[in-house]
Design a protein around this ligand. Structure first.
Ligand SMILES: NC(=O)c1ccc[n+]([C@@H]2O[C@H](COP(=O)([O-])OP(=O)(O)OC[C@H]3O[C@@H](n4cnc5c(N)ncnc54)[C@H](OP(=O)(O)O)[C@@H]3O)[C@@H](O)[C@H]2O)c1
Length: 350
């Protein structure tokens, strides 16, 4: 039976003590009114010491015993921050013990694995949420409000651009950019955040025609470039370009062109250009360049995702991004890979 998270602060376990775990520990410390970091599951004592220094409040238990943490009734929520290759068994152990799971992206290395993870949690009756923190950025929230209000009219054209730079040292890390550990390259590891945000504003994609490749600028197994033409179910058309081979590093930009105006969304602001000549910048000043590649983003965004998830579990509602909703991004990535492999357009199952 799923554990209850009615009592605040809610006990949370962090599974995995790698790079993104630092962001989670900082976020959990900042959200102490709502959550209590009760345990960190890690096989490495040196990482535990490092993370302990970031903890505010009572230090958590550091343990390698996942089963014991899963069985603890005082820990109804676990954040899973292991690599994509170390997911299915971890989630199965947690879900079967009734622990609700907030999962770092991606949901799985393949669409099939992602569906399996979602179904494991659904069968066990636990809530599965996915960390897609671009959704909680101020420009994204403002864009969602404008889209919902309807004054922009019909969506006609979409541009999703993820022009990132990663040095070869990034891919020299064992497993990075391999199918065995990560499930792929730039799409699953980096661009999936922009894909999720874009789809939350546009609705589903109906078909794609795509090419993926590894550029001569990187030595890696999976793709560092993906280019696709998109046909959306709503009738709009658009483009998707994602790469980690674009120097200097720039920020991700989503542009949505409607009948009555266009939105330009990036991490720093939302720019609205109405056809009648009005224009405005909301939710922060726009900065075009100079962004540095981020290792995990700001903790405030993770904090907002964690706070939403524990409230969702407590209230028995859907979290901001459920596991099932996250499958939309996986379906699009899978279709882009299929289209690139076959050289033909690929329809997405609705
Ligand atoms: N939302 C974001 O912006 C964001 C940013 C970065 C990463 N991520 C995602 O977060 C996840 C983790 O990424 P990361 O960069 O933090 O990875 P990482 O630095 O490689 O750390 C992953 C942790 O998982 C644990 N682990 C690895 N292999 C294991 C195994 N065989 N059995 C049990 N535990 C194992 C390790 O913990 P111990 O060795 O301590 O046991 C390791 O510290 C990935 O899915 C990544 O895509 C998300």
């Amino acid at each position: 039976m799923a554990k209850s998270a009615a009592q605040q602060p809610v006990g949370v376990a962090l599974i995995g003590a790698g790079m993104i775990a630092e962001t989670h520990v900082t976020a959990l410390s900042a959200a102490r009114h709502a959550v209590r970091l009760a345990a960190v599951v890690s096989r490495r004592p040196d990482r535990a010491t490092h993370l302990a220094a970031l903890c505010e409040g009572d230090p958590p238990l550091f343990t390698a015993d996942l089963a014991a943490v899963a069985a603890d009734p005082a820990i109804p929520v676990a954040i899973v921050a292991t690599p994509p290759s170390v997911r299915r068994e971890v989630i199965e152990t947690l879900a079967q013990a009734g622990t609700h799971v907030l999962l770092e992206k991606p949901v799985g290395r393949t669409l099939e694995e992602a569906i399996e993870v979602v179904e494991i949690c659904e069968r066990a009756g636990v809530t599965l949420g996915v960390v897609f923190q671009h959704r909680v950025r101020a420009p994204s929230i403002a864009a969602a409000r404008h889209v919902a209000e309807g004054a922009l009219g019909r969506l006609g054209m979409v541009e999703i651009a993820v022009p990132l730079w990663r040095d070869q040292s990034y891919y020299d890390e064992l497993g990075r950019g391999t199918y065995a550990r990560d499930g792929g390259g730039v799409m699953l590891t980096n661009a999936i955040h922009s894909i999720d945000l874009a789809l939350s504003l546009t609705g589903p994609v109906a078909s794609v025609q795509a090419m993926t490749a590894t550029s001569p600028l990187h030595r890696m197994e999976a793709e560092d470039l993906a280019v696709a033409g998109l046909r959306f179910s709503c009738g709009a058309v658009g483009s998707f370009v994602a790469t980690t081979a674009a120097f200097p590093h720039r920020t991700e930009v989503i542009r949505l062109h409607f009948e009555n105006g266009s939105l330009r969304i990036d991490r720093n602001g939302l720019e609205i250009s109405w056809r009648d000549g009005r224009s405005s910048v909301e939710a922060g000043a726009r900065v075009e360049s100079g962004d540095r590649p981020l290792a995990g983003g700001k903790h405030a965004w993770h904090q907002a995702v964690i706070e939403d998830f524990v409230s969702a579990v407590g209230e028995g509602r859907k979290p901001m991004v459920s596991g099932r909703e996250a499958l939309d991004s996986h379906r699009l990535i899978d279709a882009i890979e299929t289209s690139s492999r076959t050289g033909r357009p690929c329809e997405l199952a609705s």
